[in-house]
Design a protein around this ligand. Structure first.
Ligand code: PTJ
Length: 261
């Protein structure tokens, strides 16, 4: 609603602020309406994990940090929702690991790509790929969805995606990219296809990866490789599902008061 301000006293203040940020970004032509729906699905899973970074996400974020530090040419892929929710955190993580930033859209229009790049630059990005230079194509994806920068995703060894479509994640894996995904839904095709899946809200996951990057920055290569050897994405996704199941069982047994508000 234009002019509406989220009351600070509201028990769901933080969640409402994220919604407002997305709606505002939709008004500015940064987020697509489908992005608002996608966020709703994410909110539901966020509710189930307690709206906090859980141990399985922490473990995945640490592995992601190790992979980004070992990468030769990491790229952070940014879509409308990620830009609206976490543009500054994208820029800070890219700086911390020396990654390129590329706008990569599912519902691509040139105007929206330009607006997202502008928002990233307003948040400190020095260079944003994927706007005028999206001349490469990911094989297996039809034209607009598959367009990438030859200096970005096409060249990358490691690609970080957030709120990504499953088809595109699978296509990135097929062309040999290592994929780090941020996705609140542990059942999504993206979460299952990625090498490392961080089941957490993008607004918490990006700072969490950065925290591990700072911790691991001076670690020897062998230590980073050891973290990756000990990491199993299947196990982590299993843990996320077990966590949700256990939490729901406990809540049911405790007899939560169900409120309809
Ligand atoms: O800006 P575009 O054109 O690239 O389009 C972006 C969307 C998000 C519309 C597009 O990529 C899309 O349709 O994505 P999906 O297939 O709906 O997947 C989004 C996934 O992200 C779902 O599994 C959601 O549960 C999850 N998700 C939603 N909000 C968040 C989230 N994960 C992390 N943090 C969130 N805030």
């Amino acid at each position: 609603m234009v002019g509406w301000r989220v009351p600070r006293s509201h028990p769901r203040y933080h969640s409402l602020v994220l919604r407002e940020r997305l709606v505002e970004a939709w008004r500015r032509g940064i987020v697509v309406p489908e992005g608002l729906i996608a966020h709703g699905r994410g909110e539901c899973f966020d509710y189930l994990i307690g709206e906090e970074t859980q141990e399985f996400a922490r473990r995945a974020a640490r592995a992601a940090a190790a992979l980004l530090l070992l990468a030769e040419y990491p790229v952070i892929s940014v879509n409308g929702n990620t830009a609206a929710l976490a543009a500054r955190d994208v820029v800070l993580l890219a700086e911390a690991v020396g990654a390129r930033i590329e706008v990569n859209l599912f519902y691509r229009t040139e105007e929206r790509a330009r607006k997202i790049a502008e928002l990233l630059r307003e948040n400190g990005a020095k260079e944003v790929l994927g706007v005028d230079d999206a001349t490469g194509v990911i094989p297996g994806l039809e034209h607009a969805r598959g367009r990438v920068s030859p200096r970005g995703i096409l060249r990358a060894d490691v690609v970080l995606v957030a709120l990504e479509d499953g088809d595109r994640t699978e296509a990135l894996r097929r062309i040999g990219k290592k994929v780090i995904a941020i996705d609140l839904n542990p059942l999504s095709r993206t979460a299952r296809a990625a090498n490392i899946s961080i089941v957490d809200n993008v607004v918490r996951a990006l700072p969490e990866i950065r925290r591990h990057v700072e911790e691991l920055r001076d670690a020897p290569r062998e230590e980073l490789e050891e973290i990756l050897r000990g990491y199993s994405n299947e196990e982590v996704l299993g843990e996320a599902l077990r966590f949700i199941a256990k939490r729901l069982t406990e809540l049911a047994e405790k007899g939560i008061t169900i409120r309809f508000d």
